[in-house]
Ligand binder design. Structure first.
Ligand code: SF4
Ligand code: SF4
Length: 398
């Protein structure tokens, strides 16, 4: 395993980080906890979780494992998070930190994130007088937290603006081989400022493994696109830790194997990939699901956006997209939908929540057009079927 210093914190952290957001829900907490112990035996020493992950079981799973890892407390780092939109005061920030410490069974939290900053006003909320950041500073003074860091989905220039204020020791952000041009300015700025950079979502929410054929151009030296994508994050000098959401020991082995074999990406390599990644690739839905709670009409936004991905990614025609939507109505992502794309009332709540800043309303309008054509196709089909049935009945009577 490769280790490097997280910014200027003195903490030596592994290039592969354990992301605690993909535990197998069919397994018990105790079984899932064994994955952390296995990861530690493979050299991973950065463990990242958050309240709410995996139906709010992730911190408990971590707690089971970290109790068993108590003898090695000085050899691993644990990271968790709190959202300023729900933790609005310094007192609440302290209570959230204490709660996480209890659940995780640790003496302190090594990296605590001001979490999920999707808009600048959310950052400002965290920083306001008497707000979350002030509470976290007190926790740091009292030894409950070692480092205050930020997790954000903002575009690169806005990330840079925030980091230049020197309030955080590092940044966690969704960056991968497909979307990196969108966030690279933030990554580069963090690196130049001597801050730690943790990359999440290295496989673009599963999109890269799902479209290996179409993304073959990402491959290099006999690797699959998914391996190339992991290698990209693991071997960029600017990225300190790459979080992989592990579900099995095999996933851990694969990530460690790639990390150990990874040759660093040079600036020329990065330019080569950038040249291949079109602008459209930055506007793909990663399936993170942050938009789903916001819709007053219960439209399955993430499902629709995942299907829409095929348009920019594969260059599908309108007719092909109609067929794709029709398939998904029958047996796929849209089978049990509570509402159609056309039910959107354009309140824009989902766009505010979207980590990729997608123009969801426009996309839903386009999809609604496809669904409308689909409905008129089905209506025509039903009319023809009715006509044929009538003819058949008349023939039978003759
Ligand atoms: S803009 Fe449309 S899809 Fe988005 S939250 Fe509002 S109603 Fe739902
Ligand atoms: S639409 Fe945006 S917020 Fe919703 S799942 Fe896709 S990327 Fe995430």
């Amino acid at each position: 395993m490769i280790y490097s210093e997280y910014g200027r914190t003195g903490a030596q952290v592994s290039a592969v980080g354990f992301g605690g957001m993909r535990f197998d829900p069919s397994k018990s907490n105790e079984e899932n906890a064994q994955l952390l112990l296995y990861a530690q035996s493979r050299g991973i020493n950065y463990f990242d979780t958050a309240p709410g992950y995996c139906n709010d079981t992730s911190e408990d799973i971590f707690g089971i494992a970290l109790r068993q890892m108590a003898d090695t407390r000085d050899r691993y780092c644990v990271s968790t998070k709190g959202m300023p939109t729900s933790i609005k005061t310094a007192d609440k920030a302290r209570r959230a930190v204490e709660k996480s410490i209890r659940r995780l069974n640790v003496d302190k939290i090594d990296f605590y994130h001001v979490w999920c900053i999707r808009r600048v006003d959310q950052y400002e909320l965290a920083m306001k007088k008497g707000g979350q950041y002030e509470g976290l500073l007190k926790c740091r003074d009292e030894g409950l937290i070692d480092n205050i860091v930020i997790s954000t989905h903002l575009p690169g220039p806005q990330v840079e603006n925030i980091l230049r204020r020197k309030e955080f020791e590092g940044v966690l952000l969704g960056v991968n081989i497909l979307n990196f041009p969108y966030r690279w300015q933030g990554v580069q700025a963090a690196h130049e400022l001597g801050l730690g950079v943790v990359a999440m979502n290295p496989l673009s929410g599963g999109l890269i493994p799902k479209h290996q054929k179409q993304l073959a151009f990402l491959s290099h030296e006999g690797q699959t696109p998914a391996e190339a994508a992991l290698r990209f994050c693991l071997s960029c000098n600017q990225i300190t830790v790459t979080l992989v959401g592990f579900t099995s020991k095999e996933h851990i082995d694969a990530a460690c194997r790639i990390a150990e074999a990874a040759r660093p990406y040079t600036d020329e390599d990065i330019d080569r990939v950038r040249a291949h990644v079109s602008e459209n690739m930055n506007s793909l839905c990663t399936g993170c699901g942050y938009c789903m709670q916001s819709c007053p009409e219960n439209i399955p936004i993430a499902n629709y956006m995942q299907i829409y991905n095929e348009k920019p990614l594969l260059g599908r025609t309108d007719r092909e997209m109609q067929d794709k939507i029709a398939d998904n109505h029958i047996w796929g992502l849209l089978m049990d939908r509570a509402a159609d794309a056309g039910d959107c009332i354009e309140c824009a709540a989902c766009e505010e929540a979207c980590t990729q800043h997608l123009d969801i309303i426009e996309r839903l309008k386009e999809i609604a057009g496809w669904e409308k054509k689909l409905n008129s196709r089905s209506a025509r089909f039903l009319r023809l079927a009715k006509k044929a049935k009538g003819k058949l009945q008349r023939l039978c009577r003759l």
